[in-house]
Design a binder for this molecule. Sequence first.
Ligand code: LLP
Length: 435
Amino acid sequence: MDLFQYKNGVLYCEDVPVNSLPERGLPTPFYLYSANTLKTHYQKIYGIFEQLQPMICFSVKSSNNVHLLNELAALGAGMDIVSGGELFVVKQSNADLSKVVFAGVGKSDEEITEAILSEVGFINIESEQELARVQELAGELKREVNVLIRILPDVLDEKTNEKTRTGHKGAKFGIDYANVEALIEENADHPYVKIRGLHSHIGSPISSYTFYVTAIRKMVELVEVLKRKNIRLDVLNIGGGFPANYMDNDNFSWESFAGPITELLEPYVKNEGFKIILEPGRSISANAGIMVCKVLYVKQSGDKNIVILDGGMTELIRPAMYNAFHFIWPVKPQAAHMLTNRNYPVPQEGLITYDVVGPICESSDYLAKERPLPALQQGDYVAVFTVGAYGMVMASNYNLHVRPAEIMVDKDKIYVIRERETQQDLVRKMIRHEL
Ligand code: LLP
């Protein structure tokens, strides 16, 4: 359940009526987060997997505002990062660096060095070549570092968008399963680089627990094979990829995932002291954010009704990039279209079918196609839901649009947590100098 609820016909973020923000002069579009949704989701996922005493490393790529990270860090969350930039922001937060896992297929020398010196919990190794480089750098620095080997388990969930699949044969991620045993055997005794366990992340979002089960079975099989060779691992990182609710505001749909995963891993935790790591992003953050836009114009093109918002693909690229569905509804609908629950499809009576588009000069700039909505008028505010993950983090300055503000609500308190960019920001780095 998220805390974006219609009460008496008006959308609230926790205790704050959403329309009060633009009415106070906050320019649209803006991102609006519910701190307590974020925190509740973290606690919920922790509770569901509690028997495993997991280290939950929030996937910073899904949502990277330091103030949101601090909300999670205060609850004990670790962080899953994929770049020096994400390491930098995490170091600005209150997160415990020993609970940081660093993944990514292309870590530079600078990033690896910074991670080693920062004493992050684990570096997830994505190739034989990367392992060799980490060994060289750790050797030069004379510093120990814990690593996990990311296996490529050859698992494919066909329901996952082609662009966000990561576990199938031929993907750029991880190391072919068949080669991992030998790699670990050959590198088990390095003086500085300690291979502590395995990592797998099979895509995002994953539609059923069965795909995790297949990948985890492969991981534990490898643990057993290595055990017989007297090589002991003690960490298993099962990645992220749990879904969010894009169609409604009911409970998490991923509760069903926990049982079978726990069953497989519990003996390793209870009998052998394994540490289990999860890297959820979207399942924690997606439903904790909305984007608020203003209707600029409503027009007709052929037989289509087009509603043009002041936000589009530069603020939220997911519809353009993945054809992703995001629920859209007026912040303050007329009486006939008040919602008590956000459930798609909504009752169709009296609705108009719109293409909901942004102002960018590209046909791919849309937020929804052929979407039944209450009649919209210039100046109306609409909310685009479930954008707390992969929303603002993927925003761009294309067409030289400034990136929007981020606002966080905690009960009745409203905080600006990232100021809207200014046009001056857009040219700040355009500095000509001879090299
Ligand atoms: N761990 C690793 C190694 C990952 O690559 C990812 C996501 C996660 C964890 C977190 O996955 P989550 O729990 O958030 O599903 N931009 C796309 C999603 C890309 C996901 C990339 N990796 C989208 O908007 O759907």
